[in-house]
Design a protein around this ligand. Structure first.
Ligand code: NOJ
Ligand code: CA
Length: 676
């Protein structure tokens, strides 16, 4: 030890620990407070309070490293910098046109009391609806490269309550029904991870700007204490490796008095960098149809043969149907060589440039252009990322040449079984959230952007707000989608969407593929009423909404189908008016391109009576309300699931609409300003 170090150690010894001032930062409205400090062992921690009541109790910060001593003890606070920020920015499309980023910032600098005297920062941002922080490794004392074995960040919930969660790292990725358990009964969970504490405070843990880093799972350690768990890597080495300087993804904690506040927060968008793609007016939000539900019903096949869905004549039929009804895309799955045999296991067979002989891609591109309905491309990888990357440029070039504006991709394989080929030619099997997979997804998105193509991955990595930086990453799956209503055991139940609004959908747009008006899967009924099937276009936000049923099924339900034709896919405002997680939700959205408002409601298997106050309407205007609601007889189980009432009424701001949601039901309303 050098003399100054001995002296500073002595000073530390003689200064009572309590005298080391805590660093505090508060939200702009003063309700949320974050306190940062080190304890007597030099372990850094933070805690969060709302209105003086604890939300997170002392929660430690730090890392295990593969080639350095753990970074978590013998630390002292050596500096703190503060700033405030208030800016409103515009989304090119979205659930909300203008987004306000209003927060107070505190960056705390830590230094280790060791020979190496390692230094790093933790940057906190406190919003009215959330707390976020990111570790900043910007000092040479950390070495040129930081190799992270595990993240030790804790999130210690102040009290027990209810949690809604899906297991982290399990084989079916994010495609699980949500568990509803005590907070103290969660095991390892994916984020967004949603809680309602016994005192009523709602909390959701997630992350923002997951770029070139391992995704974070949440592991309950003891009681109501959670710890970050970084997704492992197939090489078995460090879970995240980065050269300095760098900052980790943001760890986010949404905090709200009610469920609605959780859903309305856009904190992860605010923590991502602004658009790096420049002009993205080449993408327009839209609805699309596709050779898709027929495949899940097993009426047509992906692979070649007599039932091959992706044949030229069939696709022309879908193009005609889209053109007649104002939809702006036709997804074609099974167009390319590789689907024959058991495609789940044959990822290396997929060609991204060779079509099956009965799919005349060139002619279809011509026909699609003539009708103004582009083909939506499809790139299923079956988890063979190496095979996909080897063909990526050629595959994207072909789609661009065929006038494709959006590509749906797919990564169907068990979690942590993605085949990844490294630059040196070596192969590993990776998890969806592994660091290298984040490189892969951004590579696809940025290569597609160069060709003015939007990307919609299924079996994707979770959304962490990157659509702000890369707007062509327009949507993704990342939960149990409608396909489970076709063949899922069990199928998606009535509470699935009212739960997803406060879990999966907190992270961003989902290609849920609603609109199955036949209310029938592959030999199993859908667990919803007709009015509810319509409501899901309002409840689930995506700038690409599939009109997922077969054309012949829409012909059988012209009344309800009208709502699907009318509902937009781009909004200037979105509000959750009333909700209890997993029980019911009522959402209002305003069309981005008109003065119309839309309402959607959905209830669990108990149903719900709601009174919707129309105080969001323009006070000077009268509106024609086109109401699609459950009939008195409607019930999600049995033949009365088709019972719908479609009616019109005149309403004005300040009126209320009494809308009863049947068990597994809901409602959809279009509010059109009346001229004059
Ligand atoms: C799973 C996707 O979620 C589904 O939409 C798609 O049809 C299949 N994979 C085949 O790619
Ligand atoms: Ca899927």
């Amino acid at each position: 030890m050098t003399l100054p170090r001995i002296l500073s150690a002595l000073i530390l010894l003689f200064a009572a620990p309590a005298a080391l001032a805590e660093e505090v930062v508060t939200s702009p409205d003063g309700r949320i407070t974050v306190t940062v400090d080190v304890n007597g062992e030099g372990r850094p921690f933070y805690r969060v309070e709302k209105d003086g009541a604890p939300v997170l109790t002392d929660s430690r910060l730090g890392f295990l490293l593969t080639d350095q001593d753990k970074l978590e003890r013998r630390l002292k606070v050596v500096g703190a910098a503060r700033a405030s920020h208030d800016e409103t920015w515009e989304q090119p499309w979205g659930e909300q046109r203008f987004v306000r980023d209003h927060h107070n910032a505190l960056t705390v600098r830590f230094e280790e009391d060791s020979e190496a005297a390692r230094k790093f920062g933790v940057a906190f941002r406190v919003f009215d609806d959330a707390v976020a922080f990111s570790y900043v490794f910007d000092d040479a004392s950390m070495g040129e490269t930081v190799r992270i074995a595990e993240e030790l960040t804790e999130f210690n919930l102040a009290e027990d309550g209810t949690a809604w969660w899906i297991p982290g790292g399990e084989w079916n990725r994010y495609e699980y029904l949500y568990e509803k358990t005590p907070i103290s009964a969660v095991s390892v969970a994916h984020t967004p991870l949603t809680f309602r504490m016994n005192n009523g405070t709602h909390v959701a843990l997630h992350e923002a700007a997951l770029v070139d880093f391992a995704g974070m799972w949440m592991k309950r350690t003891t009681g109501t204490n959670f710890r970050a768990t970084l997704a492992p890597t197939g090489s078995g080495a460090a879970r995240a490796v980065r050269d300095t300087p760098f900052a980790t993804p943001w760890r986010t904690i949404r905090i709200s008095d009610d469920a609605a506040g959780l859903a309305e927060s856009l904190v992860e968008l605010n923590l991502n960098a602004p658009n790096k793609l420049g002009d993205v007016s080449w993408f327009k939000p839209h609805k699309y149809v596709g050779v898709w539900w027929s495949l899940h019903l097993d009426e047509e096949t992906w692979g070649s043969g007599p039932k091959h869905g992706a044949n030229t004549a069939n696709v022309k039929r879908y193009i005609d149907f889209a053109a007649e009804n104002g939809f702006e895309g036709v997804l074609v799955e099974g167009w390319n060589i590789g689907w024959d045999g058991n495609w789940f296991f044959n990822g290396s067979d997929f060609s991204f440039t060779e079509a099956y002989p009965d799919y005349d891609f060139e002619e279809l591109a011509r026909y699609a252009a003539e009708k103004g309905v582009p083909i939506v491309g499809h790139h299923e990888t079956s988890g063979d990322v190496g095979n996909y990357e080897a063909q990526l440029a050629a595959g994207l070039d072909l789609m661009a040449a065929r006038g494709v504006k959006t590509i749906k991709s797919g990564y169907v394989t068990d979690a942590c079984n993605l085949r990844y080929v490294h630059p040196d030619g070596s192969e590993t099997r990776e998890c969806t959230e592994s660091q290298v997979m984040q490189r892969h997804h951004l590579k696809v998105v940025t290569e597609a952007a160069k060709r003015r193509i939007a990307i919609n991955p299924h079996e994707p990595v979770k959304d962490t707000g990157l659509r702000r930086t890369y707007p062509n990453w327009v949507a993704r799956e990342g939960a149990r989608g409608m396909e489970f209503s076709a063949w899922g055991v069990p199928p998606n139940g009535p509470s699935h969407v009212p739960t997803m609004v406060f879990t999966r959908l907190l992270s961003g747009p989902m290609d849920y593929t609603p609109g199955i008006l036949s209310l029938e899967g592959r030999g199993q009924p859908l667990q919803m009423t007709m009015a509810r099937a319509l409501a899901e276009y309002v409840l689930v936000y995506s700038p690409i909404q599939m009109v997922a049923d077969l054309p012949e099924h829409y012909a059988e339900h012209p009344g309800a189908f009208q709502f699907i034709k009318d509902v937009p896919a781009d909004w200037s405002e979105s509000r959750v008016l009333d909700a209890e997680i997993g029980e019911y939700v009522v959402t209002a959205r305003k069309d981005r391109n008109s003065e119309e408002w839309f309402l959607g409601g959905g209830a669990d298997e108990k149903g719900r009576d709601t009174r919707v106050a129309l105080d969001f309407l323009d006070p000077g205007k009268t509106y024609r309300a086109q109401i699609y609601r459950d009939a008195e007889t409607a019930h999600f189980q049995g033949p009365t699931r088709f019972d719908i009432v479609i009616e019109e009424r005149e309403v004005a701001a300040g009126n209320t609409l009494d809308l009863r949601m049947a068990p597994g039901g809901g409602f959809a309303v279009r509010l059109i300003p009346v001229e004059g």
